[in-house]
Ligand binder design. Structure first.
Ligand code: NAD
Ligand code: UDP
Ligand code: UDP
Length: 316
């Protein structure tokens, strides 16, 4: 029997590598397209023996001609350090990348998933954020290349849907963490875990009273696949996926110190510009349409993440 062939752009990144693994487990043939800007071969090494897994080194800002049944478009650096390294390239990846993948989906009549982000809500004035909220985004700040790039990609997805009847799934992903996060990406979970394991100071930016809601990666990938596989045409999104349990950054630091048994101390550093004060997803839509909700609590997910980084540090 012919296997369903799935393209995953950004497939060697943090989320992409878990997604490729799950799709292979489900019996799909997977083509992973990545330019290895932030992704790493080590994330997908364990998949290379699988004859139904294929890697293509390619930048999605250039046209791509492959034959597939479904596309998951994840290519885009996700952490501020990485997306601010070359902001023009970040916007190009989101916008030109979306145009090329939508053009590909149009030619193939393939269903296409977009990894959008809670950052489309900017620094939200509404709490928690439901999909109907239009956001409060600075168009000219340091985060704009990412936020506005992702917003423009959403626009393109909906216009291809309206103009060309494309089957789209637009997913707004909230903070996700777990194994395969890059060591150097500056995101809060990887920073705190590595600092704690090395016995270094834990760097809380600002007073640490800002909040985030952290979703463990297996829960996220489960939600993404359920959304994509849901055949009801009206569920095109945008759909929030994330964990609604909200914690302050200080609470996160304390949990990491506790779980690692580290002697690290908390120190405070300046808050980056445009850093949102509060973020929590309203996941009513995902719960009602997909029957999905996160199952891994913060301490369980953190313990698995700590184990991963411990192994990585020991192997250096
Ligand atoms: P990541 O940086 O680990 O993965 C992104 C992948 O895309 C990397 O493998 C990178 O090499 C690749 N890539 C970047 N530019 C590319 C290009 N021009 N052509 C081809 N490949 C390119 O980040 P992640 O956390 O796995 O994020 C995956 C997707 O999910 C991103 O689109 C991100 O915006 C979105 N997202 C992630 C989170 C999160 O908390 N992790 C939250 C919201 C949205
Ligand atoms: N494209 C691609 N692969 C394909 C088909 C299209 O990469 O299999 C790219 C191509 O670069 C094109 C873009 O997708 O510019 C948008 O395609 P679309 O058909 O929407 O627009 P057009 O070709 O008319 O510009
Ligand atoms: N943060 C922190 N210390 C760090 C890294 C991040 O206090 O070493 C804070 C950051 O200011 C923000 C929150 O943690 O308020 C989440 O930051 P991250 O970059 O992980 O994600 P995002 O801001 O995109 O949600």
């Amino acid at each position: 029997m012919m296997k369903n062939r799935v393209l995953v752009t950004g497939g060697s990144g943090f989320l992409g590598s878990h997604l490729c693994e799950r799709l292979l487990d489900m019996g799909r043939e997977v083509i992973c397209v990545d330019n290895f800007f932030t992704g790493s071969k080590s994330n997908i090494l364990h998949l290379l023996d699988n004859p139904y897994f294929e890697i293509v080194r390619h930048d999605v800002t250039f046209p791509l001609y492959v034959e597939v049944d479904e596309i998951y478009n994840l290519a885009c650096p996700a952490s501020p350090i990485h997306y601010q390294h070359d902001p023009v390239q970040t916007t190009k990846t989101s916008v030109h990348g979306a145009i090329n993948m939508l053009g590909l989906a149009k030619r193939l009549k393939a269903k296409i998933f977009q990894a959008s982000t809670s950052e489309v809500y900017g620094d939200p004035e509404v709490h928690p954020q439901a999909e109907s909220y239009w956001g409060n985004v600075n168009p000219i700040g340091l985060r704009s290349c990412y936020d506005e790039g992702k917003r423009c990609a959403e626009t393109l997805f909906f216009d291809y849907h309206r103009q060309h009847a494309l089957r789209i799934k637009v997913c707004r992903i909230f903070n996700t963490y777990g194994p395969h996060m890059a060591m150097d990406d500056g995101r809060v979970v990887s920073n705190f875990v590595i600092q704690a394991l090395k016995g270094k100071d834990i760097t809380v930016y600002g007073d640490g009273e800002q909040t985030r809601s952290f979703c463990y990666v297996t829960d996220m990938v489960d939600g993404m696949i359920r959304f994509m596989e849901n055949t009801a045409d009206e569920f095109i999104g945008p759909m929030n996926l994330g964990n609604p349990n909200e914690f302050t950054i200080r609470e996160l630091a304390e949990a990491v110190i506790d779980l690692t048994g580290s002697k690290s101390r908390i120190v405070h550093k300046a808050l980056p510009s445009d850093d949102p004060m509060q973020r929590r997803p309203d996941i009513t839509l995902a719960r009602d349409t997909l029957g999905w909700k996160p199952t891994v609590d913060l301490r369980t997910g953190l313990s698995r993440t700590i184990k991963y980084f411990e192994d990585r540090l020991n192997s250096l």
